[in-house]
Design a protein around this ligand. Structure first.
Ligand SMILES: NC(=O)c1ccc[n+]([C@@H]2O[C@H](COP(=O)([O-])OP(=O)(O)OC[C@H]3O[C@@H](n4cnc5c(N)ncnc54)[C@H](OP(=O)(O)O)[C@@H]3O)[C@@H](O)[C@H]2O)c1
Length: 218
């Protein structure tokens, strides 16, 4: 992967992943509904990545120019946003990081998605794209804390083995991070829902919890 584009790249998750991929040597396009807002986000990241190829653009340009597109919008924004970008995305690899979470007096909880998961909804909305679920468990706080390593395993779900391999390589370029093939896209819902558990752990123990799978070769 050489050019990574983000839809909704101005939030913590898009900025965090974009920063890490840019530091790893990829060209990164942070997309926004407002290109000026994306340029501001890049200006804010610049001190942490002075030599990186990082640009703030519109969501449309991020999709059109990227080799691989990452979706980092809130769940409620996903369907309306992707409908307008399907042509620009075409048959590219799309990495979905979206979680449908809510918070009440008991803390964070997952909200059921009719398609089974946000990633499966994304795949339905982008039938030509090669959709993979990944990074939905990875804390933006950890991602933004360059140069600290991100000591987590990224659970990757998808139905396209080559796309999963490329996303695993993207993850492995971040210090400390490892990408693991967690199965088909239909399992993405379990991974997304796990984020509510991680957020609950964060609240209880004042940490930024991440996943590590034991038994795998380092
Ligand atoms: N934050 C985390 O630690 C974390 C970790 C794992 C996964 N995630 C998931 O990653 C996704 C992004 O998280 P985030 O915390 O970065 O979210 P966020 O800050 O709430 O939103 C990200 C960006 O989405 C765009 N956006 C917001 N509302 C929109 C709308 N109605 N229509 C179109 N675009 C809209 C905005 O960009 P513009 O205004 O520039 O267009 C915004 O900066 C979420 O689905 C979240 O569940 C987050």
């Amino acid at each position: 992967v050489s050019v990574v584009g983000f839809i909704g790249g101005t939030g913590p998750q898009g900025r965090g992943l974009g920063l890490r991929f840019a530091v790893a040597g990829h060209e990164v396009l942070l997309g926004s509904r407002d290109a000026a807002k994306a340029e501001e986000a890049v200006t804010g990241l610049r001190p942490q990545a002075p030599d990186a190829v990082l640009e703030g653009v519109s969501n449309e340009d991020a999709c059109a120019r990227a080799d691989l597109v990452v979706v980092t919008v809130p769940y409620a924004a996903q369907a309306p946003t992707l409908r307008g970008l399907a042509d620009a995305i075409g048959g590219k690899i799309v990495v979905n990081c979206v979680n449908n979470l809510a918070f009440d007096e008991q803390g964070p909880h997952a909200v059921a998605v009719p398609d089974g998961s946000a990633a499966q909804e994304c795949a339905r909305l982008l039938p030509d794209a090669r959709v993979v679920s990944a990074f939905s468990n990875v804390s933006a706080r950890k991602l933004l804390a360059v140069p600290e390593p991100v000591e987590v395993d990224v659970l990757i779900c998808g139905d396209d083995d080559d796309a999963k391999t490329q996303v695993a390589e993207l993850a492995a370029a971040v210090p400390g991070m490892r990408g693991v093939d967690a199965g088909p896209l239909r399992l993405a819902g379990a991974v997304e829902d796990l984020t509510a558990v991680l957020l609950s752990l964060n609240r209880r123990y004042k940490i930024h919890a991440g996943i590590r799978i034991d038994g795998l070769e380092r």
